[in-house]
Design a protein around this ligand. Structure first.
Ligand code: HEC
Length: 125
């Protein structure tokens, strides 16, 4: 289980790089315009990526939608948690790997882009 999550993470990093702003819009001729604009950010928070991360890391126990119990009967669904725990409050826990929240949980390590994307998803709940 844990090893599966670990193996998924590099893929997610790749996906976030590959699906960054460059992949979004590049009609022919736009490259010149892009080149003149200095790249301020290599990536932007992506709620879709964030949802995928939540599915991979939290979905084993927490339901991603609704109010009902998740796969782990004691784990409240994420929308309920999101009302109780703000993204700001969640961030330091994510950075710690949420180990302090519940020792049951595997160690979680996310790249900054992944954390921002996850928090964008969390805020959208
Ligand atoms: C192995 C199962 C498991 C996984 C995976 C898991 N959780 Fe949990 N989580 C629980 C259980 C069980 C509870 C409720 C009991 C508790 O609070 O310790 C919980 C509670 C929580 C709480 C509420 C704690 C509080 O302070 O009230 C938050 C926030 C949370 N989880 C976030 C997450 C996030 C975000 C992820 C994914 C990154 C995640 N959890 C992944 C099992 C899990």
């Amino acid at each position: 289980m844990t090893s599966l999550a670990r193996r998924t993470l590099p893929l997610l990093v790749l996906a976030s790089v590959a699906c960054g702003p460059a992949a979004e819009t590049s009609p022919p001729g736009a490259s010149a315009a892009n080149a003149s604009e200095p790249e301020t950010e290599a990536w932007e928070p992506d709620p879709t990526l964030g949802r995928q991360i939540a599915l991979d890391l939290c979905g084993r126990c927490h339901a991603l939608e609704g109010e009902g119990p998740g796969p782990h009967p004691a784990a409240p669904p994420l929308p309920v948690l999101a009302r109780r725990v703000s993204a700001e409050a969640l961030l330091p826990r994510l950075e710690e790997g949420i180990r302090a929240v519940h020792p049951d949980m595997p160690e979680i390590r996310l790249a900054p882009a992944e954390i921002d994307s996850f928090l964008a998803f969390w805020s959208s709940l």
